[in-house]
Design a protein around this ligand. Structure first.
Ligand code: 5GP
Length: 150
């Protein structure tokens, strides 16, 4: 066994979610406030799979400011409640991965918020890309449940 290294790797300003936050890459936005941003996962593990990220740069749980964790979790709760309504969910799974060894693929902190139904297994992590129109419809359904649709 090697000695644990408590120093996390540094934040990369060019990660995919940083580009989404800057509007340089498209996404299906669900919700935004001063500190957080929520959008549909492009490879959903179930219909309605949403990602919640802080606007401030942080790589993962190892370097994030606790205030940003608090803001993110408030938004996670909003999204989870909206998913119960929008997708008739029977439960919600929340996942979060840190560093490659922990399963992290994109290095801007994010929480996965996933609607669940009894007996339906999750699809694979980073599996198939979903159809854009389907994701747009799911984002719209969530905005309606949040009371923020135009
Ligand atoms: P993690 O870093 O938590 O292991 O996984 C990254 C997540 O981001 C995966 O669920 C993957 O489907 C999602 N993802 C990767 N690239 C994109 C992208 O360009 N847009 C969106 N909306 N999601 C992405």
């Amino acid at each position: 066994m090697t000695t644990a290294n408590p120093t996390p790797a540094s934040y990369d300003n060019d990660n995919i979610f940083a580009k989404i936050l800057r509007g340089e890459l498209p996404c299906h936005k669900v919700y935004e406030d001063d500190a957080t941003f929520a959008f549909m996962d492009i490879m959903p593990r179930a219909d309605g799979h949403t990602l919640v990220i802080p606007k401030n740069p942080s790589r993962n749980m190892l370097d994030v400011d606790p205030k940003d964790i608090a803001a993110v979790m408030e938004t996670v709760q909003k999204i989870a409640r909206a998913q119960m309504t929008a997708f008739g969910a029977e439960g919600i799974t929340i996942q979060q991965f840190n560093e490659p060894a922990g399963g992290q693929v994109v290095f801007h902190l994010h929480m996965h918020v996933i609607p669940r139904h009894d007996g339906i297994k999750l699809k694979p992590h980073t599996g198939d890309m979903a159809d854009g129109d389907l994701l747009a419809g799911h984002a719209q359904a969530l905005k309606k449940a949040l009371g923020t649709s135009e």
